[in-house]
Structure formats: structure tokens, C-alpha cells
Design a protein around this ligand. Structure first.
Ligand code: G16
Length: 546
């Protein structure tokens, strides 16, 4: 059977509902929607995965089936590029074009146009690896994906159930195997071994303190964290005392429900099921374990959140300190990348107290990651807890060839080297980030309360507003989504309201993962932040009336 025929015949098994044609869009983190309407999209993403691999002469491409923080009935699919980073931005439109083809014939036509315009050699090998999270719809969607990979004769490895960052790790490992940039052993076990070895090295001169409760959002992070713990030293051996909660993956309807990083960040409260007492260190992962936030109840029983901004400041200050202590400061520029959701107080702290450079990008780790690679050491975190640290090749070289001049320098260098392995540099990874935070808290001898004291957040509020068509809300290019371009008049109305509040800042933007517009507001008091968010949400409702 010809290539075209195979693509067409397999496509016939996964028709696109007519009313959805034209509506699919590769968003913040790939396609994401109700799982029941995703079959044709996953099939077509499979076609693109093969094309992308062939275009890159058989380098391995990853496909992850997950809807991360979204509710259990949703699912999603995204592509991972050879170094473990998100799909190159210029290819997102091809994914959208394929997804919106309105018949099997049209699909073959779009596919062949891509082959031609992108100059893809169909005789080159296509290699694809994939995995999924614990959602009930995952196995059905894997079949759709497999149909595309079979039709396009790709070499395939199914890694079954993984966290999203584990798949990113594997993609990079396969593509760097046998090269100087070898990233690790190409297996899930290799991932745990790499993290555990780095953790032990980073903890060589210190000891874990207290215990940590980890809420796994009833997602894939639960079983994977339990697995990781088998590789880490026990609390008696200076390891971490971890209690795993919300790790029930057998009741898919509990995924991200009243628990998990998104719940905690958005509601600014612990999961209702939490039994933690005052001062107890807690953290929450999201459904596919690529985000993490920390929190605790203070002595007055007030909930205190340590979100992505806090992890960024903690990591940036620690790495800058290690660079200084090991005698590498003039060789390593540490920079921080944030989005408009970053608390204004964190931005001021990074610039004024830490003296580090800051860049602000649109939402989506793909944008932050890219910006972070321009620094020697780029620390990027979204306030929602999605982030990591990337070391440039020259930074890694400086770190690995540096000759310490004293035992103190040698100790700092050992820790810094360990961090380069502990941190999953391909993408935000909740498990790796958790170990990073624990290492830093142990080195600094910080409790969560001390971590919180480094600066005071401006009170803030995040609101989700449902509108008739979120696509009506577009932002002005170059403003990192802080200003609306459309609907006409909405931005002026927002600015008028913001001007009424002391230290007021607010913006609205369409979500790229949920059918909603997000409103963020901060002001000098909690009540004012609430009022400002409510007022801006009202403006969004008015302009986006259903
Ligand atoms: C995804 C992206 C994140 C983004 C989040 C929310 O996270 O990877 O970069 O911050 O969606 O995006 P939006 O505001 O456009 O809905 P996750 O954890 O859901 O994959």
C-alpha cells in the first residue's frame, strides 16, 4: 500500500467531528480539550511526529498524551523536540493545519504539502517515543497515535505511563546517546538513578531536616515519586522524610480534584484533605508532575504559599551563591525568566536584592525556556510552579573544568556540579524541582517560614472567567500578554479600574489550555486585590458576553 493510502485509510478510523473543523489550535502546551473529541487530533499529531523526525534525519521525537492540570475528562497531546524541549514554535501551525483538515482526502493533501514545503525526505527514518499520564482516556488515544505511526512506518517505543518530564528526559537521552552531551541512561530507571546520585552528592555536606508531605494530585506523580524514593537514601541515612498523599491513580475522577498544584495556587489554600499541622512543610504536584508549589500553615494557622516565584528566587540566589563561593562568579551570569503572573515583589527582590537580570515572556514554558537559554545559567519559573534551570554548554564546561583554590571552593563546586545533574534541564519537572528545593533548604538551614521571610508578596488573585469565545481576547505583541489588543476598549476599561488601586496591577489573557480567560490582579492589600480582580473579571464578562 502507498504511503498516502496508508495515511488515508488509517485516518478514516479517526474522523473529525464536522462541527469542530477549524476550531483546533496547538495552544500553550499542545492540543488540550475534552478527551472524547481528541481522537483525530492525536492521530494527526502522530503524522506530524513522523514528519518532524524525518525532517531531522531520524532524530527521535517525543509525543506525550496528557492534560496535566486539567480535569479528568480532558486530555491533550504535545510533541517533544530532540533535546527534550517543546516543539519548535514554527511547527505548531503545521500541527494546527493537520488537525483542521476537513476530510481524509484533505488530510493527505495537507500532509503532502507539508512534505513538499518542508522538504521532508520520506525515505529517511522516523523515530518516535511516547507516553501518557494516568487518565482513563489515555489508552484509547495511544491507539490513535499508534495508527498514525504505523501508517507512516515510524520506529516506535511505547513508554506507557510516565510523568511528562520523564518523557522529555528520555527524548534527550536517546538523542544524545554516545555523544559528548550524553544526558543519561535511556530508561525510567536511568532517570531515578541520575536524580538519586545527584541528590546524594548535593547533600554530601548537609542533612535533610523535618518531613515533607507531597500531594500528588492523584496523578502519575504518585507512583513515580514512590519509585524515586526507592533510590534515595532513607531518612536515617540523611535522606528525606517524605509522606506521599493524594496518590490514588485507580479512581481517575479524583485527578486534580480538590488537590494538586493548580488547585493550591489558584485557591490559595491547602487541599481540603490536608492533615498538616502548623509549620509542616507541604508541596503539591500537578496531574503530570511538571509543576510544583510549596506551602505551610503559619503559627496563626494562616495558609502561606511558596509558589514558582519563590522557587525561582530560592534557586537563583543559591546558584549565584555557589558560583561566588566556588570562584566562578565572573564566568557565570545567572538570569531569571518570569511571566506577567510573577508577583511584583519577586521581580523587585530579584533585581534589587539579588542583583540578577530578569526577562519577562508570554505564558508557556516554551517561551521561558527559550529565553533562559540566553543566560549562562537561566532560572525560569512560572508563578504556577512550572519551571527549571538551564545551564549553557559553556557554563557546564566552566563548572566541570574549574580548579578550586580552597577546600571551601571545592565543596561549593561539588554542590554546583551535583545541581547540574539533579535539575531536569529539559523542562519543568516537579520531582526534580522538589529535590532541588529540599537540597537548598537543607544547605541554608531554612524552614518554610524562613524561606517566606526573604520578601513579602503583594496580595494577589487569579480568576478564571468563562466567555462565549476566548479567542476574542488577544494581547498586544511585545507586552508579554500584559495588555489586551482586542476586544476594542477592554484594555482602556481595565486601566481605568487599575488606576484606582494602590500598587494595583491587573491583566486579562485567554488561556491556551482551558476554555476561559484568566484575570490576574495584585494590589497593596488582600481586599483590594480581590476587588480589583472582581472588577477586571466583570469587564472581561462584559466584553465576552456569552
Ligand atoms: C501548561 C503550560 C504552562 C502554562 C499552563 C497554563 O501547564 O505548560 O506553561 O503556564 O499550561 O497555561 P494557560 O494559562 O495558557 O492555560 P500544564 O501544567 O497544564 O501543562
Amino acid at each position: 500500500m502507498s504511503h498516502d493510502q496508508a495515511v488515508k485509510e488509517a485516518s478514516a478510523k479517526h474522523p473529525t467531528p464536522a462541527e469542530l473543523v477549524g476550531k483546533f489550535q496547538y495552544g500553550t502546551a499542545g492540543f488540550r480539550m475534552k478527551a472524547k473529541i481528541l481522537d483525530s487530533v492525536v492521530y494527526r499529531v502522530g503524522l506530524l511526529a513522523s514528519l518532524r523526525s524525518r525532517k531531522l534525519n531520524g532524530q527521535t521525537i517525543g509525543v506525550m498524551i496528557t492534560a496535566s492540570h486539567n480535569p479528568p475528562e480532558d486530555n491533550g497531546v504535545k510533541l517533544v523536540d530532540p533535546m527534550g524541549e517543546m516543539l519548535e514554535g514554527s511547527w505548531e501551525k503545521y500541527a494546527t493545519q493537520l488537525a483542521n483538515a476537513d476530510s481524509d482526502e484533505h488530510l493527505v493533501q495537507v500532509y503532502n504539502e507539508l512534505v513538499k514545503t518542508l522538504k521532508v525526505n520520506l525515505d529517511a527514518p522516523a523515530r518516535v517515543i511516547f507516553a501518557r499520564d494516568t487518565r482513563a482516556s489515555g489508552s484509547r488515544l495511544v491507539e490513535c497515535l499508534n495508527d498514525a505511526l504505523t501508517a507512516t512506518k515510524a520506529e516506535v517505543t511505547d513508554y506507557r505511563i510516565l510523568t511528562t518530564p520523564q518523557l522529555h528526559y528520555l527524548v534527550r537521552c536517546v538523542n544524545t546517546k554516545g555523544t559528548q552531551e550524553e544526558y543519561g541512561e535511556v530508561s525510567e530507571k536511568g532517570y531515578y538513578e541520575k536524580l538519586a546520585a545527584a541528590f546524594k552528592q548535593a547533600m554530601e555536606h548537609t542533612k535533610g531536616q523535618g518531613h515533607l508531605t507531597v500531594d500528588c494530585a492523584n496523578g502519575v506523580g504518585g507512583p513515580k515519586l514512590r519509585e524515586l524514593l526507592k533510590y534515595l537514601p532513607s531518612p536515617a541515612d540523611g535522606g528525606l522524610d517524605i509522606k506521599v498523599v493524594n496518590d490514588d491513580v485507580h479512581k481517575p475522577e479524583t485527578l486534580n480534584h480538590q488537590c494538586g498544584a493548580d488547585f493550591v495556587k489558584t485557591n490559595q489554600r491547602a487541599p481540603p484533605s490536608s492533615k498538616a499541622g502548623p509549620g509542616d512543610r507541604c508541596c503539591s504536584l500537578d496531574g503530570d508532575a511538571d509543576r510544583i508549589v510549596y506551602y505551610f500553615q503559619d503559627e496563626k494557622n494562616v495558609f502561606r504559599l511558596l509558589d514558582g516565584d519563590r522557587i525561582a528566587t530560592l534557586a537563583a540566589s543559591f546558584i549565584a551563591e555557589l558560583a561566588r563561593q566556588s570562584g566562578l562568579m565572573d564566568k557565570l551570569t545567572v538570569g531569571v525568566v518570569q511571566t506577567a503572573y510573577a508577583n511584583g515583589a519577586s521581580t523587585t527582590y530579584i533585581q534589587k536584592n539579588l542583583g540578577l537580570q530578569i526577562v519577562c515572556t508570554p505564558t508557556g514554558v516554551k517561551h521561558l525556556h527559550h529565553a533562559a537559554t540566553r543566560f549562562d545559567v537561566g532560572v525560569y519559573f512560572e508563578a504556577n510552579g512550572h519551571g527549571t534551570v538551564v545551564f549553557s554548554p559553556s557554563a557546564l564546561k566552566s563548572i566541570h573544568t574549574h580548579q578550586p583554590q580552597s577546600p571551601a571552593q571545592a565543596d561549593a563546586l561539588t554542590t554546583l556540579m551535583a545541581l547540574t545533574d539533579l535539575i531536569n534541564q529539559t523542562v519543568g519537572d516537579a520531582l526534580s524541582d522538589m529535590l532541588l528545593v529540599e537540597v537548598i533548604l537543607a544547605h541554608k538551614g531554612f524552614s518554610c517560614a524562613e524561606w517566606l521571610q526573604t520578601y513579602t508578596d503583594l496580595p494577589n488573585r487569579l480568576v478564571r472567567v468563562e466567555v462565549a469565545d476566548r479567542n476574542l481576547f488577544t494581547t498586544v505583541e511585545g507586552t508579554a500578554e500584559r495588555q489586551l489588543a482586542t476586544p476594542a476598549g477592554a484594555q482602556k476599561d481595565i486601566e481605568k479600574v487599575v488606576a484606582k488601586y494602590k500598587d494595583g496591577r491587573s491583566f486579562a489573557r485567554a488561556s491556551g489550555t482551558e476554555d476561559a480567560v484568566r484575570v490576574y490582579a495584585e494590589a497593596s492589600t488582600r481586599a483590594e486585590a480581590e476587588d480589583l480582580a472582581a472588577a477586571v473579571a466583570q469587564i472581561v464578562r462584559k466584553y465576552g458576553a456569552k
